[in-house]
Design a protein around this ligand. Structure first.
Ligand code: NAD
Length: 455
């Protein structure tokens, strides 16, 4: 999964070579920073974390950040001998009017030159749509523009996220903790300038944050290769038994993934009319039901609309959009998806920003966001969450097929100035799959290094 010179891109390999680094520096060319990714043996942050703000979350935040995983600092030091912060967390839930937004400037401004590489910034706010007071709602909505702009200023692989917490959430951290542990770690290396909404529900912390999926059964479609294969690996790493599904023609690669993750393989064309029934039957007869389904299988059949034929249009809509809906319908109807379970769909930035030559694909991936929106309240009645990841440019066989110039541009057009790795999407899926993420539903999180396309 490590980037070699082909997967990292020609440009990145060049500017990281001896002569290339020299030329890049002279010419002021962007140099993609190496990203710090999760290794179980390393602390989640590359340095101490500074906590600020005075809202309703600051006390529970202090408690979490005082725990064994983090080194908490509450009084900022600046200047040459200052700490290099590995994390900055600001509780902005206490900001109730636009004038009070000055607190952001006062907290972050002085320490902006004392940041470690690959640091994590987090701003916590109150979900604006659920606020009745107009002044407070305006101020809380403003946090989004602050965060997205800050993301564009951060250097050396640092990222920032905005986490909106329901005003009805209890002041304890439990419903929020899985999100904090994700955004305050190397697992969110390629997630940047995202807005995550956490609901009011309480959560139970898993027995181990390293193995939160212990005892769970997960299905991953399209698991034979690419992003799906890595999702299977990460869910297995986190303790799940993984049923790896893919088209029958992918048999050998599928068996390889299943062996690697100690799971089982299930040949299944997700677009077959009886795919949902087959999956539900398999889940019930072999495992008494499943806890997690990741609808990852997807295809592209690109053509300008003027040249599009019905087969290209229909196959993409059928695999990418109709299948995820039918699989979930069948699993729910037959009670094969357990209460406390999670549905995770794979959308794309093409479904948010659109992409030339991809009217079929863009429609299917925007439809997936519609699926998340419309099914979130329906599944909530059964104690099941549904969320989506929307990958940007991720290094896989799918993106290797893009013409060279477009591919290099795709890599560079993001705040992190590079393509992501399959592990980045998989870590985000694992965050949604965590049973302690039960207060997180209806979210679409882009895994795109703050790609310049789309919101
Ligand atoms: P990939 O082509 O490498 O892998 C897709 C897998 O899905 C393959 O193993 C394929 O056999 C399987 N599949 C295709 N049709 C199927 C069907 N009918 N039934 C079962 N399995 C089927 O693609 P990838 O890059 O790993 O993409 C995975 C997902 O991520 C897709 O949904 C894709 O649209 C999405 N995505 C990828 C990127 C990227 O940059 N690679 C960006 C945005 C979204």
């Amino acid at each position: 999964m490590a980037a070699n010179s082909t997967t990292a891109g020609l440009y990145s390999s060049f500017v990281h070579s001896g002569p290339g680094a020299f030329i890049a520096k002279q010419a002021g060319l962007p140099v993609p920073p190496p990203l710090r990714r999760y290794k179980g043996s390393e602390p989640p942050l590359p340095g101490p974390v500074l906590l600020g703000g005075s809202g309703r979350l600051v006390e529970p935040l202090r408690e979490l950040l005082s725990g064994p995983d983090y080194t908490l600092i509450e009084n900022a030091t600046t200047g040459r001998s200052a700490d290099k912060y590995g994390g900055l967390v600001f509780d902005a839930t206490g900001i109730t009017s636009p004038a009070e937004l000055e607190q952001l400037f006062e907290f972050f401004g002085p320490v902006m030159r004392s940041i470690a590489a690959c640091a994590r910034f987090v701003v916590l706010g109150t979900t604006p749509e659920l606020i009745t007071n107009p002044d407070e709602r305006v101020a809380q909505r403003a946090l989004e523009g602050f965060t997205r702009s800050l993301g564009k200023e951060l250097l050396q692989g640092s990222t920032v996220q905005l986490v909106y917490v329901s005003p009805d959430a209890k002041t304890g951290l439990t419903g929020l903790e899985s999100t904090l542990r994700f955004v305050l770690s190397a697992k969110s290396a390629f997630v940047d300038a995202q807005v995550i909404r956490v609901g009011a529900d309480d959560a139970t912390a898993p027995a181990s944050w390293d193995k939160p999926l212990e005892g769970k059964v997960a299905v991953v479609t399209g698991a034979a290769r690419g992003i799906g294969a890595t999702i299977a690996e990460v869910l297995a790493r986190d303790g799940a038994h993984v049923i790896c599904a893919d088209i029958p023609a992918a048999g050998e690669a599928l068996a390889e993934t299943a062996n690697k993750v100690g799971g089982t393989s299930l040949p299944l064309d997700v677009s077959a009319p009886d795919a949902g029934e087959k999956l539900a039957e398999h889940a019930l007869s072999r495992h008494g039901g499943i806890d997690i389904i990741v609808n990852n299988a997807g295809i592209t059949r690109d053509k300008l609309l003027a040249n599009m034929d019905a087969a290209r249009w229909n196959s993409v809509i059928s695999v990418n959009l109709i299948a995820p809906q039918q699989l979930v319908n069948a699993l729910v109807e037959k009670n094969a998806l357990k209460s406390g379970g999670a549905v995770i769909d794979v959308s794309s930035i093409a479904g948010i920003a659109g992409n030339r030559g991809q009217t079929n694909y863009g429609a299917s991936k925007a439809g997936v966001i519609g699926l998340v929106d419309s099914y979130a309240p329906l599944l909530a009645e059964k104690g099941i969450t549904i969320n989506a990841v929307a990958p940007g440019f991720i290094e896989t066989k799918m993106t290797a097929a893009i013409p060279l110039a477009t591919r290099e541009a795709g890599r560079l057009m993001s705040s992190l100035q590079q393509g992501g790795q399959t592990i980045d999407v998989a870590e985000t899926v694992a965050y949604f799959a965590n049973p302690a993420s039960n207060a997180i539903t209806g979210n679409v999180v882009r895994v795109c290094g703050q790609g310049f396309l789309g919101a």
